[in-house]
Design a protein around this ligand. Sequence first.
Ligand SMILES: Cc1cc2nc3c(=O)[nH]c(=O)nc-3n(C[C@H](O)[C@H](O)[C@H](O)COP(=O)(O)O)c2cc1C
Length: 187
Amino acid sequence: MSKSVDTDLPILQSIRDRWSPRAFDQKPIPEMELQAMLEALCWSSSCFIEQPWQLLITHRGDVRHQVLLNCMSEGNRSWAQQAPVLIMAVARLLFTCNGKFNRHAVYDLGQVIAQLAIQATFRQIYLHQMGGFSVEAAKEAFGLNQNQEPYTVIVVGYLGDPDKLTETQREKEIGLRLRRLLDEILH
Ligand SMILES: Cc1cc2nc3c(=O)[nH]c(=O)nc-3n(C[C@H](O)[C@H](O)[C@H](O)COP(=O)(O)O)c2cc1C
């Protein structure tokens, strides 16, 4: 299933093709593919090259994978559990050089995940980012300290069969992708 968008002018194919599915195949992601995605991610820019991102990667069948699934809201977990990989995206909030608060850390984290998503789509691998999880439960389960704040859990995998979703989920899956007009965001 493709949800590639039509654009007025030519843009990168991976940007046109990227979307956030709920129907994932259980097929594992080959290690080389995952490594390539992570290598692409490393080349994102960040304030003072701090690279304040930390990723916890779990694979379906691992104990830690189930622990991460348990941190999710029920609605998200119901479809996310099919996917082969979950990534918890964590920002390190303090600069390593001086321990001061890095107000750009979250900006940098979002940027790096966007880069990951574009690279993944290039290889027909899709991401679905989620804020619907318990931050407190995740911090406790994975022993994060006050300097480590998880912002999203990201479901990663190949496209699956939308007919295996619930009716409500399927409607979202096949629904139109809409965006604000450029006029609304340009000032
Ligand atoms: C920070 C963030 C949090 C999100 N949280 C959820 C979530 O908890 N559950 C969910 O189904 N989708 C979640 N999404 C996915 C968005 O709903 C989705 O990206 C948006 O509808 C646009 O669709 P598209 O990515 O297919 O273009 C989240 C996305 C982001 C970036």
